[in-house]
Design a protein. Structure first.
Length: 323
């Protein structure tokens, strides 16, 4: 393994270690520090945090790189090597399904914000049902793709024949042929879903900003939340770009433009950035969480503020004062 690949793997491990920590912290704060006025919306935050925690944890577990082509080949450098290629491939399958559900989770947060601007906040049961329905495509992808692993010996022979790599000491799994419906569904679901989801997020963001700017009955507290919300929307609407960058990195290999161990690993590193930044946004923009981090972790006292409950039209603006 060359120095450049080692450096990229180390950077990926650092990114995902941070992701495990910040998502774990966010889950704790959701359970212990969530104010009543955003309790419904905290279910969306929790859904996203659990997904991102699993994604980062399994990225650390496999530390993989991928060679795309007529087949799909995974090389593993993480602890999963101790358990064998099947355990590693299961980890890869979980990661791919977390990628797409994480993207759907960002879309759900924008959908909720748009909805509560003109409707009352939905009930807990309705929110849980929406989250469950949004998870169904990712779960279907997981249970179908996890059954597609081919023989490690056959994979190694094909990699050596097509790419000239010495794979004698490598831990390898994957698919000899991507043109089976289960493998192709996974690839298309993870890659082609990104543009329409991102476009929908931008449309919802524009609609949210127009509705907020048209609101004329805000109190001073809600005006402050309005300013914070605009910053949050700008921040969060940029996160799917990292998934798009990961997809572009994958396309370089899939269409035989560039084959390099570093590029082959960068797809996973780029896709891991959004699951780190998403919880950081929640920890920063949600005032009770930010105050806890400053006072407990940074030992800096912050003046307590009243979390407003003023209603405007049919929705409490506090309901969507989140990341």
């Amino acid at each position: 393994m060359n120095a450049a690949l080692t450096a990229v793997l180390l950077l990926n491990a650092i990114i995902n270690s941070i992701g495990v920590i910040v998502n774990g912290l966010l889950i704790y704060l959701i359970a212990r520090r969530t104010p009543k006025v955003i309790r419904i919306y905290s279910l969306f935050i929790l859904n996203n945090a659990i997904c991102d925690l699993l994604l980062c944890a399994f990225e650390l577990y496999v530390l993989q790189r991928m060679i795309p082509g007529t087949g799909l080949y995974f090389f593993y450098y993480g602890p999963c090597r101790l358990l064998g290629t099947t355990a590693c491939f299961i980890g890869s399958s979980i990661i791919f399904h977390c990628y797409i559900h994480s993207l759907y989770s960002i879309l759900l947060s924008f959908g909720y914000r748009y909805y509560v601007l003109s409707h009352s906040a939905p009930k807990v049961r309705s929110v849980l049902l929406v989250i469950l329905l949004s998870y169904a495509p990712s779960f279907f992808q997981l249970v179908t793709y996890i059954l597609t692993m081919d023989s490690e010996d056959e994979l190694k022979r094909k990699i050596t024949r097509e790419y000239g790599y010495d794979v004698s000491g490598e831990c390898v799994s994957g698919n000899l042929n991507i043109y089976t419906w289960k493998t192709m569904f996974m690839i298309l679901h993870v890659t082609t879903t990104i543009p329409p989801v991102y476009a929908t997020i931008m449309v919802l963001r524009r609609g949210i900003l127009k509705k907020l700017c048209a609101e004329t009955t805000m109190s001073e507290n809600t005006r402050q939340l309005h300013a914070q919300l605009l910053k949050t929307l700008m921040y969060q609407s940029c996160l799917p770009i990292f998934f798009a960058a990961a997809g572009s990195s994958y396309a370089l290999g899939q269409f035989n433009i560039i084959h390099s161990p570093v590029i082959e690993q960068c797809s996973f590193m780029l896709a891991s950035i959004a699951p780190v930044l998403t919880p950081l946004a929640s920890l920063y923009f949600i005032e009770p969480y930010r105050r806890w981090v400053k006072e407990v972790l940074l030992c800096r006292r912050e003046a307590a503020s009243v979390f407003p409950e003023t209603r405007t039209s049919k929705a409490t603006i506090s309901q969507y004062h989140t990341s």
